[in-house]
Design a binder for this molecule. Structure first.
Ligand SMILES: Cc1cc2nc3c(=O)[nH]c(=O)nc-3n(C[C@H](O)[C@H](O)[C@H](O)COP(=O)(O)O)c2cc1C
Length: 337
């Protein structure tokens, strides 16, 4: 039995929907969201999503799903289906869903575009879908498409927070006035206190990414993890705003070069060349630890880490701190004379 099996946690519509102990989801993470990291979060009582688009073929995805099954001892885990902005680039999405369902996966996270064409195949296959989006308008439209839950992210989100200018807690408070399906919040969440605050707001859970960039299991060079830890909460900036494709990333030499090109008038993705598109620069950063060489998705939440720890340790710490924060909030309640 896991040591934290009897530790207190939170019961929400999301823990019921996903059958998990803690209302904590690890969102899809391009390149990094594979079986090692996802299984560690699942084994600690959260839910994680293997990121389908990171794999070169459906068979490579299938192999990693099998690895994850072995690592979790059969406990359920999820698959992230990130859609491209161009609809014609999304042919692979149905293959990813088919392979995942064949391999027994029933939990899906979608992002990047409207989930309409995913809902049918997933639900008819016995699965559930949480759709991640940046605005209340998108959340309501996903709800109308029939998704089972919504993840709403604020502008603090590491990766692609969309054109939404609102921070997580404003976005969340707004959404809670109108969204009916279970709702999780994400973007900038890197401490247990913030999880307690999201639950106090009325959310059913949180979705996280950046804080897990420095987990021991994350397949990134230790030099990158150390750089993220050293950068603190001010270590991210946004790029590509001028192309209406806002991307929140580690503030490094590559990101500053992208900003310089934007300031000089560059407006087409292709014209940023290797800086944003190449798997070679990506490998330099993630595999070789050349932390200035390429763009790294990252939000301020990564800066809450103070060391490299196993993902299970991070989950326990986050939930333990959230419980503590909730208790101390309860103790502040007084009946005024
Ligand atoms: C390195 C990295 C890669 C990501 N890649 C994806 C992705 O491929 N698909 C996706 O839906 N979300 C992706 N995200 C977003 C996360 O799933 C999650 O929504 C986000 O990290 C939450 O905000 P936070 O970073 O402030 O915790 C990525 C985030 C990071 C940090």
């Amino acid at each position: 039995m896991h040591p934290s099996q009897h530790a207190p946690s939170f019961h929400t519509r999301i823990t019921d929907l996903f059958g998990i102990r803690h209302p904590l989801l690890l969102g899809g993470m391009h390149i990094l969201g594979e079986s090692g990291l996802v299984a560690a979060v699942v084994n600690a009582g959260g839910m994680g999503f293997i990121t389908a688009r990171s794999f070169p073929s459906p068979d490579a995805l299938r192999a990693d799903l099998r690895r994850c099954h072995a690592l979790t001892g059969g406990q359920p885990f999820g698959v992230n289906i990130t859609l491209a902005r161009r609809a014609d680039a999304n042919a692979a999405a149905q293959d990813w869903i088919r392979v995942a369902l064949q391999e027994g996966v029933r939990h899906f996270e979608s992002a990047g575009g409207p989930p309409g064409e995913l809902v049918g195949p997933i639900q008819q296959g016995g699965g559930i879908l949480i759709h991640k989006c940046p605005s209340v308008r998108h959340a309501l439209s996903a709800e109308r498409c029939g998704v089972d839950a919504v993840a709403l992210v604020g502008m603090e989100e590491g990766g692609h927070p969309g054109a939404n200018p609102l921070p997580t807690f404003v976005n969340g408070a707004h959404a809670l006035q109108s969204v009916s399906v279970p709702l999780v919040l994400g973007g900038g969440i890197g401490t247990g206190r913030q999880i307690a605050a999201a639950l106090a707001l009325g959310a059913d859970g949180v979705v996280m990414g950046s804080r897990f960039m420095v987990a021991a299991e994350t397949a990134a060079h230790d030099a990158l993890k150390r750089r993220i830890i050293a950068s603190g909460v001010n270590g991210s900036i946004t790029i590509m705003d001028s192309l209406s494709d806002t991307w929140r990333v580690l503030d490094n030499a590559a990101a500053r070069e992208v900003r310089r090109l934007e300031a000089s008038g560059v407006r087409r993705h292709a014209d940023f060349g290797d800086l944003i598109l190449s798997s070679r620069t990506r490998e330099k950063v993630y595999r070789d630890g050349d932390v200035e060489a390429g763009i790294v998705s990252l939000g301020p939440a990564g800066g809450f880490a103070d060391d490299i720890h196993p993902a299970g340790w991070i989950v326990e710490r986050l939930i333990g701190d959230a419980v503590e924060a909730t208790r101390s909030l309860g103790q502040r309640l007084v009946a005024l004379p």
